[in-house]
Design a protein around this ligand. Sequence first.
Ligand code: PAF
Length: 288
Amino acid sequence: MTSQQPPRIIRGLDELRQITRAWKRAGETIGVVPTMGALHDGHLSLARAARKSCDRVIVTIFVNPKQFNNPEDLANYPRTEVEDARKLTPVGVDVVWVPGGEQMYPSDFTTNVSVSGLTDVMEGAHRPGHFDGVATVVAKLFLQTAADQAFFGEKDFQQLMIVTRMARDLDIDIEVIGCPTVREETGLAMSSRNLLLSDHAMMKAATLHEVMTDTVEALVGGAEFSTLQGVAMTRLRAADFTEVEYFEIRAHDDFTLLTAPTRPARLFAAAWLAGVRLIDNIEVPVKG
Ligand code: PAF
């Protein structure tokens, strides 16, 4: 049921549970879109996917301190709650769940959800503790919202695979659905962190996706990945990227490092521009 009413902002778990229990009693399905706010069109596309698939939609907004390994990054993370609620109204979101810090992590909170293996590489290797924080908060959000389906963007592909595994391993009765990355016209993947870039840096940032698509095209044309990696580094440095943390092809299911796409794979990258860390990934067609 689509409504143009502003979503109800809920801050207490008892109230949220009353609402979700009533929905369940009425036989309604619930879709959840976990976010940290600073909503952009990528988030809105997830909310629309949830709206299409489920009777009720909850968007969660919680800037999760446990997943930030850098206090400065946490302090700088954009917070735009009023604007966020306004953006969700035309989508027909029923509830925005905005738990407080004490609600999520009371002072005697001691549980940690940790997914091994998939978390060892890429974001997990460069941001120690990040995925424990993500898995812990997402497990809580799944249980708090009692959702039937959860919607995540493929932009954070490693996160998508990790929360899928976490829900399966813990027998949480929820279907995790991955949705395509939404991009600016320039190809830059939408991200809340883009708000921290100047207009000039936003233009430069598009080079990351451009270099990635050129790399995949050349790979399909038969070029060696090691050569393409070198070309990519040179182009990114020329576009003022200060550090490339990784630029690699990995199997899309278990993240095995590949030198050629001999099985379903993606090209993954993380790089710094103007003090902002950008990540992206795209599909690599299987060779042969
Ligand atoms: O992708 C995000 O915004 C966050 O990692 C998530 C899934 C909301 C958990 O805090």
